[in-house]
Design a protein around this ligand. Structure first.
Ligand SMILES: CC(=O)NCCS(=O)(=O)O
Length: 349
């Protein structure tokens, strides 16, 4: 038991879990993603550097990581404020903001957005993938990394007194690097001290989520209080999905709204459509996992904002939840996925 037990920690302070309402468990409101820039396809240099215009939006949807401009979500605070107001009107209550060290977390902006819009915002502690680790981070012991993560939750992060309410998204690559393994062990140690929620970004390989769970478990982590993100681009075979589900983490489908033919980080991967994502949720519900599913859009580039013709933070509430009802998922099960499961995950033990 700690002073946080039974509560959820937002950037504005502690909250009774019943106040969360509908929750997107994996979004970004302000961040940079330059670490993942991908050069444009041959012949597309001009469009990749062109100003944002309506006629370029389809290209950006297909090549979101090949425009430096598109990777600077941090420049869109006003648009994000408007989006959050719309999210509230659409019935949204809470957003888990997964920006960790390495992709430009901005806690003062998150606090201001929460004040301005009334949306509960929960900030993430810890470190993103290895390519963003500083030399200093790479040299840290597990104990030092644990101290930093614990302090980001108990006292505040980035030189502020604004406290994180979840560990993650903790970034891992494939194969998982030594520095990432130390961060994972520190995550598990911090979680066992604090009883807090954890969320993981797995590497792009079907066995990556299982390997992360193994490392966390060996270090004493609580898998039942851990979300495995990005399953929609990681595990495709339903048999493998069930094997992973048995390990007991929350199962997150968080790329709703992302539709692209060539997934540039791994051209072997066919990014599913939203319809296929809903089919996967329906399958998991039928297999008895309705208490373990959470969903989100993981907005991390500009083109996905409604300002630029994107789906925005309300797509799930406006379009996906109604679609789920037509595919064998009941209203009660939708409420579990959007309200009850996030609430249980986010409540400190
Ligand atoms: C911000 C972030 O890590 N998004 C995930 C993008 S990915 O293509 O699913 O790895």
């Amino acid at each position: 038991m700690t002073a946080l037990s039974g509560k959820v920690q937002t950037v504005l302070g502690l909250l009774d879990p019943a106040q969360l309402g509908r929750t997107m468990t994996h979004e970004h409101l302000t961040m940079t993603f330059e670490c993942c820039y991908v050069p444009p396809p041959t012949g597309d240099d001009a469009v990749s550097e062109a100003p944002f215009e309506m006629r370029n939006m389809h290209w950006l949807r297909q090549n979101p990581y090949s425009s430096q401009e598109n990777l600077l979500l941090c420049q869109e605070i006003e648009a994000v404020r408007d989006e959050l107001q719309y999210y509230r009107q659409a019935g949204g209550g809470t957003i888990v903001e997964n920006t960790t060290t390495g992709i430009t977390r901005n806690l003062p902006s998150l606090k201001q957005l929460a004040k301005d819009t009334g949306v509960n915002i929960i900030a993430g502690a810890g470190f993103y993938v290895d390519v963003t680790h500083s030399d200093e981070t790479r040299k840290m012991t597990v104990e030092k990394l644990t101290d930093i993560i614990v302090s980001e939750i108990l006292h505040g992060a980035d030189g502020t007194d604004i406290r994180c309410g979840v560990i993650g998204e903790i970034g891992t690559s494939w194969p998982i690097t030594e520095s990432e393994k130390r961060v994972l062990r520190a995550t598990a140690h911090a979680q066992s001290q604090l009883g807090c929620p954890v969320i993981i970004h797995p590497g792009r390989h079907t066995t990556a989520p299982t390997e992360v769970v193994r490392i966390l478990q060996e270090a004493g982590g609580d898998i039942s209080k851990t979300v495995m993100s990005h399953l929609d681009r990681t595990i495709f075979d339903y048999g493998e999905l069930l094997e992973f589900a048995k390990l007991g983490s929350y199962l997150e489908y968080d790329l709703f709204g992302t539709e692209m033919l060539d997934y540039p980080f791994d051209l072997e991967i066919d990014m599913p459509s939203d319809s296929q994502r809903v089919q996967a949720l329906s399958f998991l519900v039928k297999e008895g996992y309705e208490d373990r599913i959470v969903i989100a859009h993981d907005i991390h580039t500009k083109n996905r904002l409604t300002k630029y013709g994107g789906h925005g933070y309300s797509h799930i509430l406006k379009n996906i939840a109604p679609k789920m009802l037509t595919r064998g998922i009941s209203q009660g099960q939708v409420d579990k996925i959007l309200i009850h499961n996030p609430k249980h995950w986010l409540t400190f033990k």
